[in-house]
Design a protein around this ligand. Structure first.
Ligand code: ADP
Ligand code: ZN
Length: 617
């Protein structure tokens, strides 16, 4: 049976996306592959389909190494819905359940087996693999989220390192390693760590055109976030990333009090609460998850409409992976980040204070600088993001800078004033001060500290009285981002000059800033993202009748999902329900060929779907 016919029979899709077909052909032919595809690009199919084909040919199971036990139940559930024999082996099972799975494996009854890396590398599991291999029932290893093997990836997991044993012990079994994180240094590290030198690398376009990137200047971030959600994403599912557990809880509270259906998620929560919150996010409509970066890996909810960052991540890989969780269904979605001076200070300090070797820190600094460059940019955000992953592109028309090109102002003068204040104080007394005091001096404020240290006598005192505090903060942030000033974490976060200060002081490097975006911006244009409130976002515009059918189908789907204890999108995607609603099928034949309607789902659900459609005329 051809791969294309499995695609249509099992998944109900009519064509492969991007490099899927090449990857599947390569892996099915016994080759190793390293697959770099953005989140939502369609990675799972690249191993599921070869696994199904091998299983049908009597060659047993593919072992999928997946880092998160908490998601295996849903992953396997989704395959069951499509009629695929899939199972997992993990610590949530009883000994008997696990034994039953092992027996089915040994009989060749299973196409895909999911397990976590720490389990796969146990002697017991390896012995099971030996038995399968001897019987010719081990078809493929799929290593998902493979960037976890690298310390340069942002989710380093030491257990992944031990996976080299698979290659050493089962050299003839092909391996496919997949990730959405792919900068050059991480890529090289993955290849080396897992001995994938002979693997063919497949790199897809990293563009996610439906995601609108926006980075706004931080003033009162909680209010800014609340306004963003209320104006643009009421009742919609989203993720809000914060750096600390405490902040997660605080923001989740504030949102909940404002009537947003918000839940917290971080590694410090009781595991049962955490799992329950995750389940609610996956199963209910319109939940906003406020989370640390501990949340998100492996989450494949397709209708996340926004990802918001209240704190800046460490690097572009992290940012891109996190924002990539928005809009997997291809419909308009927002990536919104609120960014300010403190973010730059904190991130720089975390690197400075880390006990790592200097060489390692300098890689981290380089990565942070790239993200700061993105945040400060006045040109297309997407061009910069894609360039970071080695991809050329033209201005996108769907980011804040493309939609509303920012007005810039030349901030070289106030930048020089700030730097020379630092210089003068240092020369005068050998002392250093923090940002607030420096701004007070420039703005000519007579504070106790100013008087105490005689800073009224400085020639720069009051020189910057024409600038607002917000403007000066922006200048300082830009200087920090450029590396023209640094924060000394060991001395109470005081500011100090750097090698780069000189060029600014001499007027050789200009400091250009966007005019404050702190004033509320209108919802950019009547473009892709805007819709009358209350209208669901669907891939096709629905008539009123069709909309009634769509809503009825959604209600029916919710019931089925509850019965099966699975997220609704695992039963059918919104896109599938929308095309059913649009076509108003009257017979099983009418349902055939609708995207997402595989043979098993047709068998299981056709009569119910037709009944729901007929009831709505
Ligand atoms: P990733 O793991 O790369 O983040 P997924 O494997 O979850 O992405 O796929 C993203 C979405 O795209 C899923 O909902 C999947 O069903 C859908 N998809 C994958 N391949 C195809 C295809 N060839 N045609 C249509 N939809 C597809
Ligand atoms: Zn753009």
């Amino acid at each position: 049976m051809s791969h294309l016919s499995i695609l249509s029979e099992v998944f109900g899709y009519s064509q492969f996306r991007g490099p899927q077909q090449d990857i599947i052909t390569h892996v099915s032919g016994g080759g190793d592959a390293l697959v770099l595809m953005p989140t939502g690009g369609g990675k799972s199919l690249c191993y599921q389909l070869p696994a199904i084909a091998s299983h049908r040919a009597g060659r047993g199971a593919a072992v999928v190494i997946s880092p998160l036990i908490a998601l295996m139940h849903d992953q396997v559930g989704a395959l069951h819905e499509a009629g695929v024999e899939a199972e997992f082996l993990n610590s949530t099972q009883s000994g008997e359940e696990a034994y039953a799975v092992e027996q089915r494996l040994l009989r060749g009854d299973i196409a895909l087996l999911y397990a976590a890396p720490e389990r796969v590398t146990t002697p017991r599991f390896l012995a099971l693999l030996d038995s399968l291999h001897e019987r010719g029932l081990l078809s493929l290893f799929a290593i998902d989220e493979v960037h976890c093997v690298s310390q340069w990836g942002h989710d380093f997991r030491p257990e992944y390192r031990a996976l080299t044993v698979l290659h050493e012990r089962f050299a003839s079994v092909p391996r496919i390693a997949l990730t959405a994180t792919a900068d050059a240094i991480t890529r090289a590290d993955i290849v080396e760590r897992l001995q994938l030198e002979n693997a063919r690398t497949f790199v897809s376009s990293f563009d996610r055109p439906n995601i609108r990137y926006r980075i706004v200047e931080k003033s009162d971030s909680t209010t800014q976030l609340l306004r963003f959600i209320e104006r643009e994403h009421p009742q919609e599912a989203g993720v809000v990333y914060c750096q600390s557990r405490k902040k997660v809880e605080n923001i989740a509270d504030v949102l909940a009090q404002a009537g947003v259906n918000a839940l917290p998620y971080h590694a410090g929560l009781d595991p049962a609460v955490r799992q329950n919150n995750q389940n609610r996010f996956l199963r209910e409509d319109g939940v906003v998850m406020v989370a640390t970066i501990a949340f998100g890996m492996g989450i494949d909810k397709p209708d996340v409409r926004f990802v918001a960052h209240l704190d800046m991540p460490k690097n572009i890989e992290g940012y891109y992976q996190e924002t990539g969780r928005a809009g997997r269904d291809g419909l308009p979605a927002d990536a919104w980040m609120c960014y300010g001076l403190q973010d730059v200070v904190n991130q720089r300090r975390m690197i400075d204070e880390s006990p790592a070797a200097e060489e390692f820190k300098s890689v981290l600094r380089g990565k942070l600088d790239a993200l700061l460059g993105l945040a400060e940019a006045s040109d297309c955000r997407r061009v910069r993001l894609l360039a970071y992953f080695g991809q050329d592109s033209a201005p996108c028309g769907n980011c804040d800078n493309c939609l509303e090109p920012p007005a810039m102002w030349d901030a070289s003068k106030p930048a020089q004033m700030l730097l020379s204040t630092i210089y003068r104080i240092d020369r005068q007394s050998g002392m250093r001060f923090g940002a607030g005091h420096l701004m007070d001096i420039l703005r000519g404020k007579v504070t106790e500290k100013v008087t105490q240290h005689g800073h009224r006598e400085l020639s720069t005192f009051g020189l910057g009285a024409d600038f607002s505090e917000a403007q000066l903060r922006g200048v300082l942030r830009q200087l920090l981002a450029m590396g023209a000033v640094r924060v000394d974490a060991e001395a109470f976060n005081t500011l100090a000059l750097t090698e780069g200060s000189r060029a600014v002081l001499r007027g050789e490097s200009a400091v250009r800033l966007r005019q404050s975006s702190a004033t509320p911006t209108r919802r950019a244009g009547a473009s892709a993202g805007s819709k009358p409130s209350g209208t669901p976002l669907t891939p096709i515009a629905l008539s009123d009748d069709a909309l009634a059918r769509f809503n009825a189908l959604k209600a029916w789907r919710a019931e089925v999902a509850r019965e099966h204890n699975l997220p609704a999108y695992v039963i059918f995607h919104d896109a599938t329900l929308a095309s059913i609603a649009h076509r108003a099928p009257q017979s099983i034949e009418d349902l055939q060929g609708i995207s997402g309607m595989g043979v098993k789902k047709l068998e299981a659900y056709a009569s119910e779907v037709l009944r729901v459609v007929r009831a709505r005329g």
